[in-house]
Design a protein around this ligand. Structure first.
Ligand code: GLY
Length: 338
């Protein structure tokens, strides 16, 4: 018996249902009623337009929704001008770029990486975790070593632009230290946060993914919501999928994407379900939201019928929807008006 077969066999015997995440659920469950308009792709922010373009094309050509999600997210991870995701993402307080990502399919298969360094496409490492391990999440050095073992080529993710922005943050942080700079950091900041991308193919198969460099200037080692299954991403193949963007800590506290999907399971539309999670986030974080005018959290959702929704705490969140042959940006409903 090969070592891996032995490990697999022992694990099944020892842990019983350990492999449930690999066994999967029925490939396609018909929607409860109505006609699906699949394929449909929905993703966060305006950079989602380019990601949707690639994902939708792949779905139309018959690719699996996992391929569509992964390759859609690549568009944003590879763009050095986007300072909150992948290559060019803003670093932590020690000037290290650390990335989080996740992927999940319609059969409850899922994988994620937290705080991975030097790898341009963390969503693809997350996919390798999903497909080539019995684990769900790898982090830090271990995630990096796993990626390298799978042939990912390490690169320096810090672009000149993100280094300059870090430098300006450092120089403006305190009037009593010895870092001095001429710039106003606000001119340089455009931190749009996570890409969350959800897709459904013509067979009704759902998948989703996330990718982010997380909060700029975070403490080294911080992991956000994006790689946490249930918080940054959740997919129930019988019901729908959800993803989030914004203050990860706030989302982790309410396991928001799971809440969105569970609300859809209980009969809410994707729009209603996103609003349910936003109301919960506001209820839990009312003090912080009042004190910090930049405190934002948002959800997107897609159900089995190809219906979509999105909602945010504050004005300003946009999401991209590719549906019925049209790829467009939508201003999300916001529930906190001050
Ligand atoms: N939502 C991304 C983060 O907090 O890292």
């Amino acid at each position: 018996m090969k070592r891996r077969d032995f490990i697999k066999k022992s694990a099944v015997v020892g842990v019983g249902t350990y492999a449930a995440s690999k066994i999967g659920m029925p490939a396609s469950v018909p929607p409860a009623g109505g006609k699906s308009s699949a394929p449909v792709v929905i993703s966060t922010w305006n950079f989602g337009i380019g990601a949707n373009e690639v994902a939708w094309k792949l779905l139309n050509e018959g690719a699996s929704p996992v391929d569509a999600v992964e390759q859609g997210i690549w568009v944003v991870e590879n763009d050095p001008t986007i300072t909150s995701i992948g290559y060019g993402g803003l670093p932590d307080e020690t000037m290290k770029v650390t990335l989080d990502a996740a992927i999940m399919d319609w059969r409850m298969n899922c994988g994620s990486v937290g705080c991975i360094e030097k790898i341009k496409n963390p969503v693809s490492v997350a996919r390798k975790v999903m497909e080539r391990t019995n684990h769900v999440m790898l982090s830090g050095k271990g995630a990096y070593e796993f990626a390298v073992a799978h042939g990912f080529k390490p690169i320096d993710l810090l672009t000149d632009q993100s280094r300059e922005i870090w430098l300006n943050w450092k120089e403006n942080m305190s009037s009593t230290d010895n870092w001095v700079g001429p710039h106003d950091m606000d001119d340089l900041m455009d931190n749009h946060d996570t890409i969350g991308l959800l897709a459904i193919d013509k067979k009704g198969r759902l998948s989703g993914g996330t990718s982010t460099s997380g909060m700029a200037w975070k403490i080294h080692g911080r992991v956000g919501d994006s790689p946490i299954i249930g918080a940054g991403l959740y997919v129930d193949g019988k019901v729908g999928a959800a993803s989030s963007t914004g203050v990860g800590e706030a989302n982790m506290r309410i396991v928001g994407s799971f809440l969105v999907v569970e609300s859809m399971k209980n009969g809410q539309t994707p729009q209603e379900a996103c609003e349910t999670a936003i109301r919960r986030a506001i209820e839990v974080h009312s003090k912080q939201i009042k004190a910090d005018k930049t405190f934002q959290l948002a959800y997107i959702a897609l159900n089995k019928r190809g219906e979509v929704g999105g909602a945010a705490i504050r004005k300003g969140f946009q999401y991209a929807v590719y549906k019925d042959g049209v790829n467009k940006l939508v201003d999300a409903k916001f529930l906190y008006a001050q």
